[in-house]
Ligand binder design. Sequence first.
Ligand code: TYM
Length: 336
Amino acid sequence: MFTPLTMRPRVLSGIQPSGNLHIGNYLGALKNWVAMQHGYECVFCIVDLHAITVYQKPEELRAKILEIAALFLASGIDPKLSSMVVQSMVPAHAELAWLLTCVTPVGWLYRMTQFKAKTESMEGSSIGDGLLQYPVLMAADILLYQAAVVPVGEDQAQHLELARDIAQRFNSLYGDTFVMPATSLPSVGARVMGLDDPTKKMSKSEKGSGHAIALLDAPADMRKKIMRATTDSNPHIDFETMGPGVANLLSIFQAISEWPDDQMKNHFSGMRYGDFKKQVANAVAEHLEPFQQRYNQIRQEPGYLESVLREGAGRVSPIANSTVRTVKQRMGIYTE
Ligand code: TYM
């Protein structure tokens, strides 16, 4: 029913080209994507149709799409192994989203935590329908490629559950069509918290200057933000009583270093916060410096990013179109 590019199970994930990508996006998603490339057939999307669910200045959005593509490559996504796709370049995403909208009860969408959080402070009349339909489009991204595994951060787990519910409902109405996608969360770094307020998830849309470490921040700024990060009133690290700020910095360090728990405990127990923060700052800056060099190199090659994106869209379009054809046939509507 769908045409595999290879015999490996398929992975799909996506990032919105809105705001500045931060270390939470990297540790929660991108770093894992890079690791999965050899074992899976991967499709990584720049989800611009999701980004426009809130107004984006057109010229900024266009620039952001290329910035994100370069960040994918700088992270280690290899376009020979994985397909890098701009969602709007493959019209089947939007088409499948509509078809799935028709099997999705609206009550499921009103229950989504992210919808509730995003619209909490909005007047009813200013809430775009796109915000409500957002997770259906996300389900379409995944089901379009019959993805078996979806690597994301913890904040997307509820949307993934909904994608499975939609797939199940479609399968029960129209016959077995979609593979059930599994959620893959990293063991450490699935929910990186704000440096200024460790009770809040680190987020692209948060504006505070000490909130997030952007992947393209100058190393001196990264260090400054970590040194100023909120901790607690303990004088040094105590794994039994530490507050969320210290736990957050420890998990950032652990996700980057990939140290096991016992090494973390042996090394950091009893360390004074000033020394501890210096070590976290060094680990982050040293990890991201070569990353930024790769990013700058990529940005200097004119036309390269566009060619990678065109090739990605060309490679995945036959799979996407074949899924949409099957879905339309099953639903009894015209395919040509
Ligand atoms: P987006 O663009 O908000 O975030 C991209 C990825 O980064 C993860 N993430 C985090 N991980 C750990 N700590 C954090 N503080 C943090 N903030 C963000 C997210 O979980 C995500 O994996 N709806 C999605 C994009 C999307 C998608 C898809 C994902 C569209 N279609 C299909 C998977 C499959 C989103 O807005 O991600």
